[in-house]
Ligand binder design. Structure first.
Ligand SMILES: Cc1cc2nc3c(=O)[nH]c(=O)nc-3n(C[C@H](O)[C@H](O)[C@H](O)COP(=O)(O)O)c2cc1C
Length: 154
């Protein structure tokens, strides 16, 4: 099974920690959108897309990358994010990303989210929200998520 993870993680590297944990289990390289062409994803059996959340949206570079993925070259895909707070029901950014990928012909096989250190604005004055996260427990959960994905190919 050939897997790759496309990840943006611009604030504290929180999402990258999750991506690395998942990538370690899947034997997948983790790349920034600038390091791969959307067309190249067709070479993989499983593709992960992950980002931090900024102003109630996934990173615009990841969104632009997914916009540029051609339709109909789909394989299996999963999505993940870290954020200061859980996804609000009125703004389901991770679900929307999954829907977009499904619309492009990917089979969405999973989603993962956890909290990450958030020092946005005044939160920095108190040392941030979710200090130390993603923590060991979050990364163990991420690895468990990846093991389930890997088992699909056993
Ligand atoms: C400019 C900025 C805006 C943010 N906006 C949100 C937000 O709307 N909702 C939320 O839950 N977290 C928000 N956060 C917190 C980040 O989603 C969280 O810190 C995340 O783990 C960052 O991931 P990264 O370190 O991979 O970039 C924001 C953080 C920054 C720096």
């Amino acid at each position: 099974m050939k897997a790759i993870i496309v990840c943006t993680s611009s604030s504290h590297g929180n999402t990258r920690k999750v991506a690395d944990a998942i990538g370690d289990v899947l034997g997948a390289k983790v790349v920034d959108p600038g390091e791969i062409s959307p067309v190249e994803l067709a070479e993989y059996d499983l593709v992960g897309f992950g980002s931090g959340v900024y102003f109630m949206a996934l990173d615009k570079r990841l969104r632009a990358f997914v916009d540029a993925v051609p339709e109909g070259q789909g394989c299996e895909a999963f999505v993940f994010a870290t954020s200061g707070m859980s996804e609000p029901s009125f703004r389901p950014y991770l679900r929307n990303l999954g829907d977009q990928l499904t619309g492009k012909g990917y089979e969405l096989v999973g989603g993962f989210a956890c909290r990450g250190l958030d020092t946005m604005g005044p939160l920095a004055l108190i040392g941030g929200l979710n200090k130390g996260r993603p923590n060991a427990e979050d990364l163990t959960s991420a690895r468990g998520f990846a093991e389930q994905l890997r088992a699909r190919f056993d």
